[in-house]
Design a protein around this ligand. Structure first.
Ligand SMILES: NC(=O)c1ccc[n+]([C@@H]2O[C@H](COP(=O)([O-])OP(=O)(O)OC[C@H]3O[C@@H](n4cnc5c(N)ncnc54)[C@H](OP(=O)(O)O)[C@@H]3O)[C@@H](O)[C@H]2O)c1
Length: 429
């Protein structure tokens, strides 16, 4: 690569803004560490007149980012728009085809089009780097690609969404409802003010899990539907009961190989209070990987925000400037296989079930009978009466039971008019 490196930043929102400033501040540092002089040669955002934290040099501003490729001689392009398709895909595709290295924190884009885009990068002998797409500032992708490169990894799991982890921790600390804590998270900038759905329903964590399994198991990105549940239905009551039973509730992303089949999932879990993962609180992320011969390895840190995300983007830049031109997913696309998916119906686990019922004689036995019919045995049962409203909460911890039976049982109970809302199901981890 030449001595003077031209950089383009496409997207000047939360991340683009911070990154721009970092690049300016760390120019000398980058030169000392890589021997390269960086030059911000092009910027792009939707609206040139928007108020930003820095004054835009209009001479290098492009409303249409595709024009940058035609008009400027760019070496490295940062895509920080954030769409899974649209302009994000177009600009990354065009840049790679024009032999420009691309760096992006865009997990939605990589989880959806990572295979296709990495093949273009490979053909054109340029890098597509996406360290910031998983767990923000935690260098987990580089750790898998380089740090533990010859290990046989069989499981990766962790807390991959800081918004959900903050909400669950804060509900426990403040003894407040999901709704109120979500509002607080939005005020603090931990949850999207408009539509936080993609964080809360597990979609964001699942995109990260798909990227993690591709790297860990040297496979193409799975397109199969996976178990994806979020935290929207968790009530303070669940957190309180879990606490009494010596558990905490965490939204975990998990990927492992079960009998050589790939099992990717995201769902709330009951984790033992004295486990490491139960004590990762607030907006923190943590990733735990199991490999051979390394054993269990843990990385924890801030999973989002402009600072940690820019830290990962800068690390990608330095890797490129040092000449580390490699396959985006660690090995050549030709060697990445697809792995058959594990049949979720066979998954068996202990469950936490909470039923909100009318406090009438016979209701408990209706529930336990349905469980017995579906071969689900009970390990613990707790009944919390609400005498004033003639209602009760029935909490059942089951022995190991398989998903198919649990689904059948919960479906059969749907017609029971004494059950007042869809039961809450949380899997034990
Ligand atoms: N925020 C975080 O904490 C965080 C953490 C990890 C990863 N990420 C990832 O970082 C990426 C960016 O996130 P963000 O929070 O910075 O988003 P953001 O604040 O919404 O910024 C998006 C930027 O893209 C620009 N843009 C939109 N459409 C465009 C187009 N057609 N052409 C050129 N520019 C366009 C917008 O322009 P205007 O400013 O003119 O509207 C805006 O500057 C996403 O992939 C996200 O998943 C974010």
């Amino acid at each position: 690569m030449k001595q003077k490196v031209n950089i383009a930043i496409v997207g000047l929102g939360q991340i683009g803004n911070y990154l721009f400033n970092e690049l300016r501040l760390k120019k000398k540092d980058i030169e000392i560490k890589t021997g390269k002089k960086i030059n911000i040669a092009a910027l792009s955002a939707k609206n040139i007149n928007k108020k930003r934290k820095f004054k835009i040099n209009k001479a290098i501003f492009f409303k249409n980012p595709l024009e940058i490729i035609k008009k400027k001689n760019i070496d490295v392009l940062f895509e920080v728009i954030g769409q899974s398709d649209g302009m994000s895909k177009k600009i990354v595709e065009l840049a790679l085809k024009n032999k420009i290295h691309v760096i992006t924190p865009n997990k939605a884009l990589i989880a959806k089009h990572g295979d296709y885009l990495s093949n273009i990068a490979e053909r054109n002998k340029v890098n597509l780097e996406f360290e910031a797409s998983v767990a923000g500032g935690i260098p987990i992708l580089r750790t898998i690609k380089e740090g533990v490169a010859t290990n046989k990894i069989n499981k990766v799991y962790g807390i991959l969404n800081g918004t959900c982890n903050y909400i669950l921790s804060e509900m426990e600390n403040s003894k407040d409802s999901f709704k109120n804590v979500l509002k607080k998270a939005q005020k603090l900038g931990y949850a999207e003010p408009g539509n936080p759905k993609l964080d809360l329903n597990g979609y964001d964590a699942l995109a990260k899990i798909k990227i993690l399994s591709s790297l860990s198991f040297n496979k193409s990105i799975s397109k199969k539907k996976c178990l994806m549940e979020g935290i929207e239905n968790i009530e303070f009551k669940d957190i309180e009961i879990a606490n009494q039973l010596n558990f905490r509730i965490k939204l975990l992303g998990i990927t492992d190989l079960v009998n050589n089949k790939l099992f990717e999932r995201v769902h709330p879990c009951l984790v033992k209070k004295d486990s490491y993962i139960a004590n990762v609180s607030g907006v923190m992320n943590a990733v735990i990987l199991h490999g051979n011969p390394i054993g269990e390895s843990v990385l924890q840190g801030e999973g989002a925000g402009p600072g940690p995300t820019s830290s990962a983007l800068m690390s990608d830049l330095l890797s490129i400037l040092r000449g580390n031109i490699k396959f985006p997913f660690g090995i050549s696309g030709k060697k990445r296989k697809s792995i058959l998916s594990y049949d979720l119906r066979k998954y068996s686990n202990s469950l936490y079930l909470r039923f909100e019922v009318n406090d009438k004689p016979g209701v408990l036995s209706q529930i336990t009978r349905s469980l017995a019919i579906c071969n689900i045995s009970i390990e613990r049962l707790i009944q919390i009466p609400d005498h004033k409203n003639k209602k009760a909460s029935i909490i059942i911890i089951t022995h190991r039971t398989n998903e198919l039976n649990a689904n059948k049982c919960l479906k059969s109970l749907k017609i029971n008019r004494n059950i007042l809302k869809i039961p809450t199901r949380i899997r034990l981890f």
